[in-house]
Write a protein that binds this ligand. Structure first.
Ligand SMILES: Nc1ncnc2c1ncn2[C@@H]1O[C@H](COP(=O)(O)OP(=O)(O)OP(=O)(O)O)[C@@H](O)[C@H]1O
Length: 703
């Protein structure tokens, strides 16, 4: 049995007793078809393969016979609507794309009757040959009618009755595109450019299997019940053809990298991959590691995994844990671990920056390096390359770290760094990055722990974390499945996987369709990025060509206030309106650049009696967080506030252009990515505000 996405959407909206009646009817239907009983056909049906089944006195299901004993559950509708639907629809295979299509045949016939005759030579498609229409997947039965259209207004009315692919193709042709351009566009939009292989227009089942974004096959009642239990989570069941192909490919000969910008379903694809791999593991205790950047994201992954598979045996084979936690646990099995928190580290770096030796700058003045510079140098150069001596540091390449450092500066920087690391050693403290390398060493000395690893949010991992991941799984087919978006890199880790022994060449795939945000929100978010090229984990320049959203909505609103108080008053009103409109508190988010501003907003909303979420204490409410902590999450309505020139880009996170122009550009780009991450968390509604001068990162303001 197969299920259509329309059926599931409709089912989700039914009252529970009706849902139960649907469940029972499907059960009876399955038994009857197994017993070889046939459903009664409808008189006057345009397509003899369409039938209906009784749910109760008021509701009926619409079913399509795909051939053999296979049936597609297409719809569930009130009695009369179900009959009208079933009588009018025709199911067929698109001869160009191989996907299953449905058209409103009765509607098309009525349309044809009302169409005025067209004088010969004046027809809309007179310049397009029948062979070309065929090549584009237009149903042969439609061609005589298409020959009678003489303008795009008529075409628009007809398109509502046609399958999506055919309506896209005809609209493209009517707009003056060439046949090959239209074919390319349709194939991209419907199949993501995949080759459908040999198409048999009589094989409805094969066509249904080529339509995984609309149709899913279930193996039996258990799987069916699991799907019906969560009808809103369409992602669990319907994957876009590219997502499907990427997640369910039987073998990648080595590490595979899936890129795609915000909301393209990387996480969803990674979850499906983890389940697919787990399902193929022998029952000998082997495991899949599913890991990500932070604990909050790992918790979100675990919750999604729980919804994706109800099979406890499968779930046991997938370990979901953040990379920091994993490193900690591995090391903690060998020695007592105390993690150096930011509260401990910040003053240490501050002290290193303000005391210790100085070197002379070019003008002969004594100079020191700032704490942010020193800390980044330690993480991005010293720890990244595992440098353990000043000699090694003097020789090290500082690729991506801005202008060069003279030898005497390097000695000074090394001295400052060791003053901090000595302190850490003395106090028995380790940072997460240090723990990752220590854990990698431990694993290398023992043995790999997993058969496969799946890594989400890979763009922000540190080389030490990649070394750990590499050690955790033996190199070979399907060893590593990596998901990353270089446009969402919001920390400073610039990694080349190949230098870390992770070779993805020839195994990179791209997802382009954004399922989360509206076209309007995406358009604004992409403008924030500013068009500077970014380099991915595979060292290739990334591009946003083809990146698009499938839904439309209102234009994001940017509002200016003279001061913060009025901005926050407006925020209270905005959030209040969303709540009044029935948006659940946890589906509302508020993001700001700094922790201080987040604190103020939390307090302000609480004082206005709006519940604010508190994960630590399990309190549900509006999620108010920094842009960094919004990474990977999504909400229905989002307010991004405090977008003032003085706050974004954050002055303390951007090296001055005078000090280091290269680092300055990189820092600005990172701040842009951060704003991009924040804006793309919004599903339906995005509200932006600032006090005083707006941030230069907002489109339309000078940068
Ligand atoms: N094939 C699909 N059908 C329906 N919804 C989908 C599909 N794929 C993804 N989605 C939905 O789109 C949203 C984004 O998916 P997901 O979080 O996997 O994207 P992502 O690429 O990991 O995003 P980001 O990088 O921004 O965190 C989710 O709400 C998800 O349920």
């Amino acid at each position: 049995m197969a299920i259509d996405v329309d059926f599931l959407r409709r089912y989700a909206g039914l009252q529970r007793p009706v849902q139960r009646a649907v469940d029972a009817a499907i059960g009876r239907f399955a038994e009857h078809t197994h017993a070889g009983l046939h459903l009664e056909k409808l008189t006057g049906a345009r397509d003899p393969q369409v039938r209906t089944i009784r749910i109760n006195d008021f509701w009926r299901g619409v079913v399509v016979a795909l051939g053999g004993a296979r049936y597609l559950l297409k719809e569930v509708l009130p009695h009369d609507d179900a009959n009208a639907f079933a009588v009018s629809r025709v199911f067929s295979v698109n001869q160009a794309l191989g996907v299953l299509e449905v058209r409103d045949q009765t509607g098309i016939e009525e349309f044809a009757q009302n169409l005025p005759a067209v004088p010969p030579g004046d027809a809309l498609f007179s310049g397009v040959s029948t062979a070309d229409l065929h090549r584009l997947g237009i149903s042969p039965q439609l061609v005589p009618l298409l020959r009678r259209l003489n303008d795009v207004v008529q075409l628009d009315s007809l398109c509502h009755l046609l399958p999506k692919a055919q309506s896209i193709a005809l609209t493209g042709l009517a707009s003056g595109m060439r046949t090959d351009e239209v074919l390319h566009e349709v194939s991209e939009l419907i199949l993501s450019g995949e080759d459908p292989g040999d198409v048999d227009i009589h094989d409805l089942e094969a066509a249904a299997r080529r339509t995984p974004d609309r149709i899913t096959f279930v193996s039996g009642p258990v799987e069916l019940a699991a799907i019906l239990a969560h009808p809103f989570d369409l992602w669990r069941v319907f994957l876009h053809p590219t997502q499907h192909d990427v997640a369910y490919r039987v073998t990648y000969s080595g590490p595979a990298l899936v890129t795609g910008s915000a909301g393209t379903g990387k996480t969803v694809t990674g979850l499906h991959r983890a389940v697919f791999l787990a399902g193929r593991l022998p029952d000998d205790g082997s495991k899949v590691l599913l890991t990500t950047f932070t604990r909050a994201l790992a918790d979100a992954l675990a919750a999604q995994l729980f919804r994706l598979t109800g099979d406890p045996a499968l779930r046991r084979r997938i370990e979901v844990i953040s990379i920091d936690r994993l490193a900690y646990e591995i090391v903690a099995r060998h020695r007592k671990v105390n993690v150096a928190t930011d509260e401990v580290l910040a003053p240490l770096w501050q002290e290193a920056a303000t005391s210790g030796s100085t070197a002379e700058d070019r003008a002969g003045r004594p100079s020191r390096f700032g704490s942010v510079f020193l800390r980044r140098e330690w993480e991005q150069v010293v720890l990244a390359q595992q440098l353990t001596s000043v000699e090694a540091y003097r020789e090290a390449s500082r690729g991506g770290r801005g202008t060069g450092l003279r030898a005497e500066y390097r000695d000074q920087v090394w001295h400052a760094i060791t003053s901090v690391t000595d302190q850490l050693t003395k106090r028995g403290l380790s940072t997460h990055t240090q723990l990752a390398d220590e854990a990698a060493d431990i694993i290398r000395r023992s043995s790999p722990r997993y058969r496969h690893v799946v890594v989400d949010e890979g763009q922000d991992l540190h080389p030490a974390q990649w070394r750990l991941l590499r050690a955790l799984v033996p190199a070979g087919p399907n060893d590593m499945f990596l998901l990353a978006d270089p446009y969402q890199r919001i920390y400073d880790n610039r990694v080349s996987l190949s230098t870390l022994g992770i070779h993805v060449r020839g195994r990179t795939r791209r997802l382009n369709v954004n399922y989360r945000t509206t076209h309007q929100i995406l358009e604004l978010s992409v403008r924030v990025l500013g068009g500077d090229p970014v380099v991915g984990l595979d060292e290739q320049e990334d591009t946003l060509r083809g990146y698009r959203a499938v839904t439309h909505g209102g234009t994001p609103q940017l509002t200016a206030y003279t001061d913060r108080d009025s901005e926050l008053d407006a925020l209270i009103e905005r959030v209040g309106t969303w709540l009044e409109q029935g948006v659940e508190p946890h589906a509302i988010g508020v993001a700001a650049r700094t922790g201080a501003l987040v604190k103020t907003i939390r307090r302000t909303l609480s004082e206005a009696h709006i519940d604010v979420a508190d994960d630590k204490n399990g309190i549900d409410g509006v999620r108010v967080d920094t842009m960094h902590r919004m990474k990977g999450l999504e909400v229905q309505c989002l307010a991004v506030v405090g977008l003032d020139a003085a706050v974004l880009p954050a002055p303390n996170a951007v090296t001055s252009a005078v000090e280091d122009p290269h680092a300055h550009r990189q820092d600005l780009q990172r701040e842009r990515c951060l704003l991009f991450v924040a804006l793309t968390r919004a599903r339906d509604v995005l509200y932006l505000s600032h006090s005083g001068t707006p941030s230069s990162l907002l489109p339309g303001t000078a940068s």
